[in-house]
Design a binder for this molecule. Structure first.
Ligand SMILES: *[C@@H]1O[C@H](CO)[C@@H](O)[C@H](O)[C@H]1NC(C)=O
Ligand SMILES: *[C@@H]1O[C@H](CO)[C@@H](O)[C@H](O)[C@H]1NC(C)=O
Ligand SMILES: *[C@@H]1O[C@H](CO)[C@@H](O)[C@H](O)[C@H]1NC(C)=O
Ligand SMILES: *[C@@H]1O[C@H](CO)[C@@H](O)[C@H](O)[C@H]1NC(C)=O
Length: 346
């Protein structure tokens, strides 16, 4: 008898747990979809969903008016919906730009859009004009978040390599953006704006490592003392070692600054990686045949080498005009308006 009773109680507990699970599940999925309502046309949706109608009518209304808005509105810069972005949780694509590099940045975004890669993108804008333009273009785009720099705005003009102080200063700010994201536990793909994406790179960032990047000197996949890692396209996992590395990277650059020593962020990174400072970093090298830097990409192209490029980085092609000319020469310039046209509208 007592045993019978126990079974009944157990059965009740199990049923109750199941019901709680269902309630929880339906609430969870509602919660997940909620931000879309907020980010896309908030007024329409609020009005549509707050109508004072019977529950049945309300549900029909919600299904008619809210569902398409919730799930199906792709952003114009990314062509991605929030649902697309959420398929890649915990990952951020981080880039930074200023007005002088805006068209190059738009070219990268267009290449990403064309291959249908969806990921949460954060773009740090280094000046007001660039911020205004990009945030307008990104309005209602669930994939693209534009942030005005929090560490001092720069000029809107192209900063030339010859202006060494400003040039390095622009690049030496980016590690702070990166660290803030890693500290939130995000995996971060940092990409310079002068990249062109042919295929989805994310499948290459699986496995056990701290950071993944190309070495333009060592023969892939070896890690040699002569190596020269490129800081312009790097996948960072938020491991303890990565966090220590990025903190040391920032600290070293701050110390250099105080000493009046001008070193590019990439040189500092290579120094730390070679010396295993502050810890040894587990690097997953990327194959330069499929992740080529500028000159390598164009030499492979000239040889008609049949490597399926994933992402090319126009590094070592110096200056905006030269990069654009190169992109155009290989049909990789996807931007219609010139930077002058863009700037004149601002
Ligand atoms: C909704 O409608 C009912 C009856 O039609 C009314 O009693 C109620 O006050 C209304 N509620 C709101 C929030 O307008
Ligand atoms: C946007 O995405 C949809 C669905 O994934 C696709 O059919 C369409 O061709 C894409 N449009 C552009 C301009 O890439
Ligand atoms: C995308 O990143 C931004 C920060 O730039 C964050 O506020 C937002 O919640 C993220 N979206 C998703 C779907 O993770
Ligand atoms: C540039 O113009 C062409 C033809 O009008 C159009 O198909 C393409 O989407 C445009 N590219 C961008 C990035 O707006």
């Amino acid at each position: 008898m007592a045993q019978d009773h126990v079974y009944k109680v157990l059965f009740f507990v199990q049923s109750a747990a199941f019901i709680v699970l269902i309630i929880n599940y339906s609430q969870t999925s509602y919660d997940i979809q909620k931000p879309i309502k907020l980010s896309v046309a908030p007024t329409d949706v609020t009005n549509a969903c707050n109508c004072n109608v019977t529950q049945r009518e309300q549900e029909d209304e919600a299904a008619r008016l809210c569902t398409p808005v919730r799930n199906d509105k792709p952003g114009s810069l990314s062509n991605c919906t929030l649902a697309d972005i959420m398929k890649r949780p915990g990952v951020m694509l981080l880039t930074s730009t200023n007005l002088g590099f805006l068209d190059i940045t738009l070219n990268m975004l267009e290449s990403i859009k064309r291959i249908g890669v969806c990921v949460n993108i954060t773009i740090f804008s280094e000046d007001q004009k660039c911020y205004r333009y990009l945030s307008e273009r990104a309005e209602g785009d669930p994939a693209v978040h534009v942030v005005l720099t929090n560490s001092g705005e720069s000029t809107s003009k192209e900063i030339l390599r010859t202006e060494r102080h400003s040039y390095y200063a622009l690049f030496n700010k980016r590690q702070a953006y990166l660290l803030a994201m890693l500290e939130q536990g995000l995996e971060v793909l940092f990409s310079d704006a002068d990249t062109f994406w042919f295929r989805d790179p994310f499948p290459y960032f699986q496995g056990d490592f701290d950071i993944s990047l190309i070495d333009s000197i060592s023969p892939y996949p070896l890690r040699t003392p002569r190596g020269d890692f490129c800081a312009g396209f790097v996948y960072y996992k938020p491991t303890d070692a990565t966090l220590q590395l990025v903190k040391a990277w920032i600290q070293t650059m701050q110390e250099n600054d105080k000493k009046g020593k001008l070193l590019a962020d990439q040189s500092v990174l290579n120094g730390l990686l070679k010396a295993d400072k502050p810890v040894h970093i587990n690097i997953k090298p990327l194959d330069t045949n499929i992740f080529p830097y500028g000159p390598k990409f164009y030499s492979l192209l000239a040889k008609k080498a049949n490597y399926p490029t994933v992402v090319m980085h126009a590094a070592s092609i110096r200056g905006r005009a030269a990069k654009i000319a190169k992109f155009k020469s290989s049909n990789m310039w996807l931007v219609n308006s010139t930077i002058e046209e863009i700037a004149s509208q601002l």
